[in-house]
Design a protein around this ligand. Structure first.
Ligand code: XMP
Length: 319
């Protein structure tokens, strides 16, 4: 709309005035905020912006490919794709505590981001997709559990070690405004309206120790769940929906023989602010279809359960 186009022009002008001919680096996660920040800054300064996209091996099905397609191929943004799945898994070996896992993932991200930043000559600015709620909620309750919330992307401490100035063009915007801005900048609707995804990714959706085998099973189950939600018109009626991998085995029967395989839990919630949430009353027929597909299509899963816990006292994520 007209107002948003005006806003884009103004924001672009402000970024150009501040940055001049300097180079800017940005950690692109594929989430809404960093994506909109990247698109806006790219509109303002083109190739002076270098994005770093770190694939930590804990992303959703096809997420790395889609992000690279959208930014590198379609928008011609300069994106460095770091394929670091193995490195992250090595750091996570033997760690079962949720906060320690978050810490290990955050630390590895900062490490890799710093290495990449050091390779780019003459970078003066670090751009981040910080939005207004991040600014005001910095002492919020739900941030306590995940004390490192967003530290994975809003790379805390980095500006100091890299001696960079901070560029946060979304600092005054609420989430719905960020989405409208994203659309005005030509980002695809499915990216702009995607459910939130935590920085530590599948790392906190695999209970306990993270193993490559588990990430593969979870990615497949999650993709089936989301695909069926979209097809049934339920994706936009839920605020967040995802699969969780439970590393416990239970007995089943397949082709007349006994199976002993892992469990997938499905979580779908409705919420305004993510501080409290209700589990979504998905139709039984939809749950049945999702369960059948997951069990029939994924070798290694023989049981699916639906999470019927509200927040509080349960949290949205399982870790
Ligand atoms: P909980 O599980 O605390 O989640 O009810 C509330 C919202 O926060 C997200 N979340 C995270 N986001 N890093 C993030 O970037 C994290 O460590 C993290 N932990 C939870 C969660 O997905 C939900 O949207």
């Amino acid at each position: 709309d007209w107002n948003m186009q005006n806003y884009v022009e103004e924001a672009v002008g402000r970024i150009r005035a501040r940055v001049g001919t300097d180079k800017v680096i940005l950690g692109l996660s594929g989430g809404v905020d960093s994506s909109v920040a990247a698109a806006l800054i790219h509109r303002a300064i083109g190739d002076q912006l270098v994005c770093v996209f770190v694939d930590n091996g804990l992303l959703r099905h096809h997420e790395a490919r889609q992000t690279m397609e959208t930014f590198s191929r379609n928008l011609s943004v300069n994106v460095i794709h770091v394929d670091a799945g193995r490195q992250f898994l090595r750091q996570l070996e033997g760690i079962t505590d949720p906060e320690q896992k978050r810490h290990a993932i955050g630390r590895e991200f900062v490490e890799i981001f710093q290495q990449e930043a050091a390779k780019i000559e003459g970078v003066k600015w670090l751009a981040q997709g910080t939005i207004y709620p991040d600014v005001i909620e910095s002492a919020g309750d739900h941030l306590k559990k995940s004390g490192l919330i967003k530290s994975h992307h809003n790379v805390g401490g980095l500006p100091e070690t890299l001696r960079l100035k901070l560029l946060e063009p979304l600092r005054e915007l609420f989430k719905d405004e960020v989405r409208q801005l994203g659309l005005a900048l030509g980002l695809p609707r499915d990216l702009v309206f995607r459910h939130p995804f935590p920085g530590p990714g599948l790392g906190v959706r695999i209970l306990g120790e993270v193993k490559y085998e588990y990430t593969e099973l979870l990615r497949q189950a999650d993709a089936i769940f989301i695909e069926e939600l979209i097809n049934a018109g339920w994706y936009e009626k839920t605020s967040q929906a995802f699969a969780v991998f439970l590393p416990i085995k239970s007995v089943g029967i397949i082709d007349n023989s006994r199976s002993y395989e892992y469990v997938i839990a499905l979580r779908a919630v409705q919420t305004e602010d993510f501080m409290t949430a209700h589990w979504a009353e998905l139709p039984y027929t939809l749950l049945a279809r999702i369960s059948n597909r997951i069990i029939n299509e994924i070798r290694g899963i023989n049981r699916v359960v639906y999470d019927v816990s509200g927040k509080p006292p349960a949290t949205i994520e399982w870790e």
